[in-house]
Ligand binder design. Structure first.
Ligand SMILES: [Zn+2]
Length: 200
């Protein structure tokens, strides 16, 4: 087994493990998956060891499934203006039987992710805003619930300016809400809105 086959094997296994642990295609891993999957097929079918075909086929299949799932989610995602989404979120968060926890994030493609936890259900929602800035929506809802001077909000803005995207996790605390930051699992690169005077 030559040096190239060792490199392809190590790369294939590393990218495959990453693809299985962190589901969802983001541009970097997608390119790596295609490159190492392609190298694995070439070595496996051709001059390298035949068993390289198996991890290559699994990697390319997992990657293709992730791309199809992401494309379907994107196609089905509701498209709406910022105002009604904000009003609905705040009304729910301020009602007694509304969300107990709300996780807000702007995905690398610009969708607003809004994971909610109620008393006995949990649901993942996402919307694509038509024209309005998704980062403004996330910051406005956080400021309304946790207060405009929330430390998490200031840290979110600072990290975002420095090039790192974050999740904002809002939880009910007493009569109000408290905000914490968590790392994003997929691509940490923040979305750059077009035409927003604050975030553009
Ligand atoms: Zn904005």
């Amino acid at each position: 087994m030559g040096v190239l086959d060792i490199v392809v094997t190590v790369g294939l296994i590393a990218v495959l493990l990453r693809a299985l642990v962190r589901r969802g295609p983001t541009p970097g891993p997608l390119l790596l998956a295609v490159v190492f999957g392609g190298l694995g097929l070439w070595r496996g079918f051709g001059p390298g060891p035949g068993w390289l075909l198996w991890p290559a086929v699994v990697l390319l299949t997992v990657t293709a499934v992730d791309v199809v799932i992401a494309a379907r989610l994107f196609a089905r995602m509701p498209r709406t203006e910022s105002g009604p989404v904000k009003a609905e979120l705040l009304a729910d968060c301020r009602s007694d039987d509304g969300r107990q926890q709300l996780t807000l994030a702007v995905a690398p493609g610009g969708a607003v992710m809004m994971d909610g936890v109620w008393r006995d259900t949990a649901r993942r929602d996402a919307v694509m805003l038509t024209g309005d800035c998704p980062v403004c929506l996330v910051e406005e809802v956080t400021a309304e619930l946790a207060g405009p001077d929330s430390k998490a909000l200031a840290a979110y803005r600072r990290d975002r300016d420095a090039g790192t995207n974050r999740l904002i996790v809002l939880r009910r605390r007493g009569d109000g809400w408290a905000a914490d930051l968590e790392p994003v699992r997929a691509s940490p690169r923040p979305f750059r809105p077009v035409g927003c005077p604050v975030h553009g």
